[in-house]
Design a protein around this ligand. Structure first.
Ligand code: SF4
Length: 463
């Protein structure tokens, strides 16, 4: 995806948990490193040595916050949780960096709880003082004040009051707990290192980096508690129809992460194949907007038997340029990041595949670069449906009035972008490519929100 500015989609967060390893903090650090694409604003790790919790967190990338093994010296103990952050609620400040800790419990959260007023009232009535503006801290405080004899009782009591998306890792002095909301919006998987160490992570790529074997997904609505002699599973009382985030499959999760036993690289190739069947183009070459458009472009090329070529070289050293919302900087951001290969493009009818269009401004720049490099025709193909609605479940999307597809027809978008033709993958095609084993949230494409939230009601009233 190329709308990498403050007004584009932003990744959510990533969580990890480790139980039963002498180097728990180091394992957590490596796993977070594998999840860096899920959040670059801040990172943190808490550990337990059985008597106390120890934490370190800071702003920036993992290797900024944890510079070398010495940075972990104070993080003693055999269990750890960790978090990489992109702000979906709360501002981009140190006080909002996770995990949050009460001294007794620490918590890392991937997701978003849109309506927190009632819960805030409940915790305020108990005299709890918040240090951040994050919805995740509210969940932790709710668990801390909850009645119940066991930690599981307290989690069940608390989360029964929370409507939203949450994949959580929670650390107590003697256990690790992983929880996924009843809809299963955000992913959460469980693995094993050797015989004794249990790990949890947002994606399977974080298991691979520590040599863990995949055990299974944490199921929607499941609570797994890992202690010294047991791994126990409990259920939240509410059951809902599963609503895994479709956009994780299209873009957010790393292509080497697996869902239903298949790496997303393959799933995304299938998106490209179905896109080619639905909206073919008569062209000489297929290229991708790197890196995230590559698998779908390869699938598209294969399906139509058109050569796949590298049309852009991406400079990886400027990172994800979610930097400035200003038009001029976005233009410079694209130019800095992508360089077209003129010899490949000259005099060619080009299909260019990308994974989404947010405002359309980046696509417009890319198309202009292709024509300026000598392309005769530029056919833009998008491996998901038009994004028309904002997300309330952990993905930071622009306001609806900034989403080009919410305000223009496909033909009007094509005119704005300036390409020869434009087509999107259908929602049915996307679901088919993603595998029909799971039911999905597709609210940003079709406005069918699995949870009604107050902001949403206001938006729908304005449509
Ligand atoms: S609204 Fe879109 S981005 Fe948000 S959870 Fe649903 S599918 Fe994912």
């Amino acid at each position: 995806m190329q709308e990498d500015t403050k007004v584009g989609f932003k990744d959510e967060c990533g969580v990890v948990g480790v139980y039963g390893h002498t180097h728990a903090a180091e394992l957590a650090r490596r796993m977070l490193f594998a999840l860096q694409h899920r959040g670059q604003e801040g990172a943190g790790i808490y550990t337990s040595d059985g008597e106390a919790l120890h934490g370190k967190k800071g702003m920036g990338l993992i290797d900024t916050v944890f510079q070398g093994p010495k940075s972990l010296n104070k993080l003693r103990g055999n269990s750890a949780i960790g978090h990489v952050r992109y702000s979906t609620a709360g501002g981009n400040e140190l006080c909002n960096v996770q995990p949050f800790c009460t001294g007794e419990l620490a918590l890392a959260h991937n997701g978003n709880v849109p309506d927190t007023e009632e819960i805030e009232r409940t915790i305020a009535e108990q005299g709890v003082h918040r240090e951040s503006t994050s919805d995740s801290e509210i969940i932790l405080h709710l668990i801390s004040i909850a009645p119940g004899k066991t930690i599981v009782d307290r989690i069940i009591w608390s989360l029964s009051q929370v409507r939203g998306s949450y994949s959580l890792t929670i650390l107590s002095k003697d256990s690790i707990i992983a929880v996924r909301d009843p809809f299963g919006f955000r992913p959460l998987v469980m693995g094993k290192v050797g015989e004794k160490t249990i790990v949890f992570a947002s994606e399977t790529c974080a298991l691979d980096i520590v040599g863990a074997t995949f055990i299974r997904e944490v199921e929607p609505g499941e609570i797994i508690i890992v202690g010294q002699s047991s791994v126990e599973s409990y259920r939240l009382p509410t059951s809902e129809e599963e609503a895994q985030c479709l956009f994780e499959r299209v873009y957010f999760s790393r292509p080497d992460s697996e869902y239903d036993g298949e790496p997303l690289q393959q799933t995304r190739e299938r998106m490209g194949q179905i896109l080619a069947q639905e909206c073919p183009a008569d062209a000489d070459i297929v290229i991708a907007v790197p890196d995230s458009g590559i698998p779908a472009a390869r699938g598209f090329a294969k399906a139509l038997n058109i050569p796949y070529e590298v049309g852009f070289i991406r400079n990886h050293y400027i990172g994800r340029t979610f930097i400035e919302p200003l038009q001029e900087d976005r233009y410079n951001g694209v130019i800095l990041k992508l360089n077209p290969i003129r010899n490949t493009l000259r005099e060619k009818r080009v299909v260019v595949v990308d994974d989404s269009i947010v405002r359309g401004t980046t696509s417009k720049i890319i198309v202009a670069m292709l024509f300026a490099s000598g392309a005769k025709e530029v056919h833009l193909r998008i491996s998901c449906p038009p994004t028309k609605f904002p997300c309330f479940y952990g993905v930071d999307t622009p306001n609806r009035n900034k989403l080009i597809a919410a305000n223009k027809t496909v033909e009007q978008i094509r005119e704005f972008i300036g390409c020869t033709s434009l087509a999107y993958l259908s929602l049915a095609g996307l679901k088919n490519a993603a595998g029909n084993k799971t039911s999905f949230c597709s609210a940003c494409y079709d406005g069918q929100y699995p949870i009604k939230v107050k902001h949403l009601l206001q938006i729908q009233a304005a449509i």
